[in-house]
Every structure is written in C-alpha cells, then in structure tokens.
Design a protein around this ligand. Sequence first.
Ligand code: HEM
Ligand SMILES: *[C@@H]1O[C@H](CO)[C@@H](O)[C@H](O)[C@H]1NC(C)=O
Length: 315
Amino acid sequence: MGSLSSTLLWLLICATIIDAQLTPNFYARTCPTLQSIVRDTMAQAVAKEPRMGASMLRLFFHDCFVNGCDASVLLEDTPSFKGEKNAYANQNSLRGFKLMDIIKKNVEAKCKSTVSCSDILALAARDGVVLLGGPKWTVSLGRKDSRTASFEAANVNLPPPTANLATLISLFAAKNLTARDMTALSGAHTIGMARCSTYRSHIYNEANNINAAFATTKMATCPSIGGDDNLAPLDTSTPNHFDNGYFRNLMAKQGLLHSDQELFNGGSQDAWVRLYARSNYALSKDFVVAMLKMGSISPLTGFSGEIRRHCRFVN
Ligand code: HEM
Ligand SMILES: *[C@@H]1O[C@H](CO)[C@@H](O)[C@H](O)[C@H]1NC(C)=O
C-alpha cells in the first residue's frame, strides 16, 4: 500500500476512534468473556438478594442522569471534588457499590485495564432486569470513565419523590428523554424498595390522591414520626418481579411515591399508564427503547476519560 493511502487509512481509523459511537461489539476482541462474567456475578448476587437487581438498575439511572453514563456516581469524595454518593437522592439509599467492586474485580482478573466501570454498570443494570423476569436488550458499549464527579449536578439533575408531573417531564427533557420515555422508565419501580422518608407525606397528607386502604396499610410500617429508613416495596404486589403491575397499581391509586402517582392523576401520561397497565408487550418495547436512550446520555468515548482500575477512584 502506498504511503499516502496508508496515511489516509490511519487518519480514518483515528477519526473513527475519536468519533466512536457506542457499539455492542466494543470488547468482542479485547474481552470476549465480559458479558458472561457480569451475568454470572449478577446471577449469584440476585439469587442471594433479589433486590440487588433493582439496586443496580437505579445505580445506572443515577449515573446516567448526572453528566452522562460515566461511572461518576461510583467515585468516593476526594480533596479536589465532592462526589455524588451523598447527594440528596443518593445518600442512605443508593446501593450496589460493593457488588460493582466484585464484578469489576472479576472482569479485571480476565481482562486487565480493558473494560470501563460505566460499561460494566450498563451490563449489570440490564442483567438485573433480565434476572428479575424483565425484557432483554443488547447493551451498547464503549463508554469511558470520568475523572471527576459532581455533588452539585447530582442535587440538581436527579428527580425527587416530591416532584410534580411538570418537573418530572422537564428533568427528563433535560436529558433528551420524552415524557413517554419517562413514564416507561418509571416502570422500573416494578422492582425494589423505598424508605419511609420518601413516601411518608404521600400516605399521610394526600388522602385525595391515594387509595385509603392502601395508605393505611403503608402507615403500619411508616409511622408519622420516626422509622425513616423502614422499607416498603415500590410495587406492592410483585416487588421481585419485573412486570407491569406498577402501572396497574397507579390506576388503582396505589402508587407509593407522590411522583409515581403524578403519572396517573388526570394528566398527559394517563394514556401511557393505561397502555402499559394493559400491555406488558408495549411496556417492554418502550422500556427498552428508553433504556437505550438513557444509556447513551453523553458518554465519554475515544480518548476522553479513562478505564478506571478501581471503580471508586480515578487512576
Ligand atoms: C421519574 C422519576 C423518579 C423518581 C422521582 C424516583 C424516585 C425514587 C425513590 C425516592 C426511590 C426510593 C429511594 C429511597 O429509598 O431513598 C426510588 C427507588 C428506585 N428507583 Fe426510582 N425514581 C424515578 C425514576 C426511576 C428510573 C428512571 C429508574 C430506572 C430506570 C428508577 C429505578 C429505581 C429502582 C430500581 C428503585 C429501587 C432501588 C432499590 O431497591 O435499591 N427510578 N426511586
Ligand atoms: C440533547 O440534544 C441536544 C441537541 O441535539 C444536544 O446538544 C445535547 O447535548 C443533548 N443533551 C444530552 C444530555 O444528551
């Protein structure tokens, strides 16, 4: 090959790397066993504690919504920045950090300094959903890890359970996700738990917008004073199974969080809630589309970011 054409070829290769889009085959050569390592470790963890599937899904959401899916949520505080772990929506509730360490260690043992923590988290979130009976999808890969994190951005970008529908829609719109994406993604609340402090005011102070018997049942484990950390399932009927029960609950005014019930309260999302309550198929389809969009929020690719050796610390 002539030197001109080989120079052009190199330019093309470099441009491709710099401009890299996420792709399912990103580690096909460099770490062919990646997906089975993550899946096996997730399967063990979920067998021991089903909630872990939910916790990894939420961890991924809280990563992606704060400066993109870059594993910033996993970083410990350092002298140069305050991390995201103690932001309002994360402190005392975000889980899965130890499991991330275990998965990362297992991946490192086979593929040293090759796979980013952000990609591992994207796979773990998908596997958590699948292991709890939810839809399966192909995860696009090639994210790098950030060298910093933002306490301030976490406090601004993550939706609080007190949010009304307009606020929820605008927080998702800020990430280029539609209201319909937001409603489908909220289907994640078909699994996992919430602390009393996040739903107390909904069960005590919103009699007009909650099923009375449901509210009374919830009061038994969430007193009006104290018991802040007492847990209740976000989906009363099947908290360890990914299905559309969450949407049927909303139609029966049995949303646990104020923000949940906002999706079915005479507003623009009622029609989607009805659809998802009726059709598991429609929910699965829209949930997957929205997860792929959420998973590609502002990824660091090519030469930006790094492959962290340990997910809690920059290299
Ligand atoms: C629409 C706005 C949302 C709000 C206001 C919200 C709020 C919350 C709150 C307050 C909790 C309980 C946290 C605690 O106990 O302190 C929670 C749990 C959870 N959230 Fe959301 N969330 C939203 C959207 C999402 C999305 C988009 C996903 C994922 C795609 C998600 C996945 C989860 C999961 C799986 C849990 C249970 C976690 C566990 O058991 O460890 N949430 N959410
Ligand atoms: C949303 O889309 C706009 C326009 O394409 C783009 O400039 C912006 O970076 C996107 N934001 C996110 C968080 O992806």
